[in-house]
Design a protein around this ligand. Sequence first.
Ligand code: DQA
Length: 146
Amino acid sequence: SVMLLLNGPNLGILGQREPEIYGTETLADIEKAVAEEVSGAGWEVRSIQRESEGELVSAIHEHRLSSVGAIVNPGALMIAGWSLRDALAAYPQPWVEVHLSNVWAREQFRHESVIAPLAGGVVVGLGAFGYRLGARALLHLTGADK
Ligand code: DQA
């Protein structure tokens, strides 16, 4: 089975991007960590990072039926990513939202996520480790941990 690891704008430069906020681990490190968490269930990770909302929407459609679930860090698309939100609403598998930083402790404009009401759950503020938790949550939500 294939799970999606979706990351939105500005998340491809993790490790170099405001490391005091987002940590020093790279997206490659995160991909490895997530793969490690789900390998026991026989899952593979398809990691897709895009700077633009439309490309993320296309990726979600493309993997609609061929994936078992997704971890989604929408980046700033959390604020007004309505077409991402609609694509996820039409995505028939469980998915979990992850944010590296504690968005609640930051600027007001990060206090709401347009995709959060649809998520199976949300992990916030635990850095790269949050993706591991998201992966474990996904195994739980899909029953793959049984
Ligand atoms: C983020 C939080 C967002 O507000 C921000 O725009 C990002 C990263 C996080 O992982 O903490 O790009 O999603």
